[in-house]
Write a protein that binds this ligand. Structure first.
Ligand code: SAH
Length: 184
């Protein structure tokens, strides 16, 4: 069996179900960060995963006669590994949810946009309808929002967590773990 299991973004985010799946695994794959978040519950071999389609298909074959758990940071269905594998998916708490809680904003009032290693278009257009919550990395050009006030939420739940609120112009995204929030 193959399970893609969300590990959340902060220590303590794993659900009981996720813990059970991890404890019953024969092998656990994940990024260094995901493996660290789940380390208390991994009792089998752990492997740092390579992010390529060939690797995903190889792991799927491996899961034919083993219990394989793929750890996905946050939630597997928020720009995560959930769509990459043919298997069963266990949800986790996303950085999106952690950011919304800090902002006091409801998910239904925002558009979530993935700008992690991508360049989405027409972001200022979307602001006509909803607040924007952007999954960003250091390549994201925040200056497109000009004089608007934005929140940069960096490294949530890490020791260097920082939230900055200022005019977009003059700011820059300094961490690959950044959520950008722009009020409509
Ligand atoms: N599945 C993950 C998202 C993976 S995409 C989740 O549910 O959180 C990677 C993007 O997620 C990063 O570019 C960043 O925008 C966001 N992200 C992940 N962890 C973060 C954290 N601890 N703090 C701030 N943003 C984070």
């Amino acid at each position: 069996m193959l399970y893609v299991v969300g590990v959340g973004v902060c220590k303590g985010h794993l659900t009981r179900k996720a813990i059970e799946l991890i404890k019953n695994a024969d092998v656990v794959y994940g990024s260094k960060r995901a493996l660290k978040l789940a380390e208390d519950y991994i009792v089998c071999e752990k492997r740092v995963m390579k992010y390529s389609d060939d690797e995903y298909r190889r792991i799927e074959k491996e899961s034919k006669d083993k219990n394989v758990v793929i750890l996905s940071t946050g939630d597997p269905m928020v720009s995560g590994l959930g769509t990459k594998f043919n298997g069963s998916i266990e949800p986790g708490i996303s950085s999106v949810q952690v950011a919304l809680v800090k902002l006091g904003v409801d998910l239904c009032d925002v558009v979530v946009v993935d700008a992690h290693a991508k360049k989405p278009e027409n972001l200022n257009e979307l602001l006509r309808f909803r607040h924007l919550l952007i999954l960003a990395d250091r390549k994201f050009d925040i200056s497109i929002f000009g004089d608007r006030g934005v929140y940069l939420m960096e490294n949530l739940c890490m020791e260097n967590e920082k939230v900055v609120c200022d005019k977009a112009v003059g700011l820059e995204v300094r961490s690959d773990y950044t959520i950008v929030f722009v009020r409509r």
